[in-house]
Design a protein. Structure first.
Length: 108
């Protein structure tokens, strides 16, 4: 119970930062709603750990619900890292192409 309370407080802090960043204009509408849904689902998951325990037991998984949430969050983080790496690679290629065009005096 204490762990759930601490997790909800931390998520509330992240939500407050999310709304603050949106107010400052640092987030687009799509990003804001994505993170709002993400953190909202996180609160629901944290508060329903016992339900997740029952689901894990019914599926024959020996881990608890919180372990499953941890595994899923690590997988999600790796996916986000992969996506960010792809975006950075694409930006690097675009910068290289643009630099070449400027150096050669070509304009598109």
């Amino acid at each position: 119970m204490l762990q759930q309370l601490i997790a909800v407080i931390i998520i509330a802090f992240f939500l407050s930062r999310l709304f603050w960043q949106k107010k400052k204009g640092n987030l687009s509408g799509g990003e804001f709603y994505f993170w709002l849904v993400f953190w909202s689902l996180s609160v629901v998951a944290v508060l329903s750990v016992r339900f997740l325990d029952k689901i894990a037991a019914s599926l024959g998984i020996s881990s608890s619900g919180i372990d499953i949430l941890t595994y899923l969050s690590v997988l999600l983080l790796f996916y986000f890292i992969f996506r960010v790496r792809l975006r950075i690679e694409k930006m690097e290629k675009n910068i290289t192409t643009l630099t070449r065009e400027i150096a050669l005096g070509k304009e598109k």
